[in-house]
Ligand binder design. Structure first.
Ligand SMILES: [Zn+2]
Length: 122
């Protein structure tokens, strides 16, 4: 499963952040997934549940944000969101466009609590 490998990469990043912040628990992980990344959100979620087991993020929720496909056109200068199955310039109609968004898989935010937070009075 492609998503499991991707998820293990994401979890390695989450753990780096958690260690740097001296986290006792990770509550939420926000990930941006491009519409053209080939990642299946449902599969990524399942992989996340496997990858988080026994780690500092074992109770974390995964929040996915799907980013649209974006193209830039050198012919007419338009840059716009387009449907993933229609990578044409909406300005002049050419297919000779550059893809500038939609392929990413990116860790956006890690919500965590620190070991010392629990000791603080409310
Ligand atoms: Zn154009």
């Amino acid at each position: 499963m492609h998503e499991l490998a991707l998820c293990q990469g994401l979890m390695a990043e989450v753990h780096r952040v958690a260690r740097a912040q001296n986290a006792s628990a990770v509550h939420r992980v926000r990930v941006a997934v491009g519409a053209l990344s080939g990642v299946e959100p449902g599969l990524l979620e399942r992989a996340f549940h496997i990858a988080r087991a026994g780690t500092v993020a074992h109770g974390a929720r995964l929040q996915l944000e799907v980013l649209p496909a974006r193209v830039a056109c050198d012919a007419c200068g338009v840059q716009a969101e387009v449907p993933p199955n229609r990578l044409l310039c909406p300005g002049c109609g050419t297919w000779r466009v550059r893809l500038v968004g939609g392929e990413e898989l990116q860790l956006m935010q890690v919500e965590l609590s620190r070991a010392t937070d629990a000791a603080l009075p409310n």
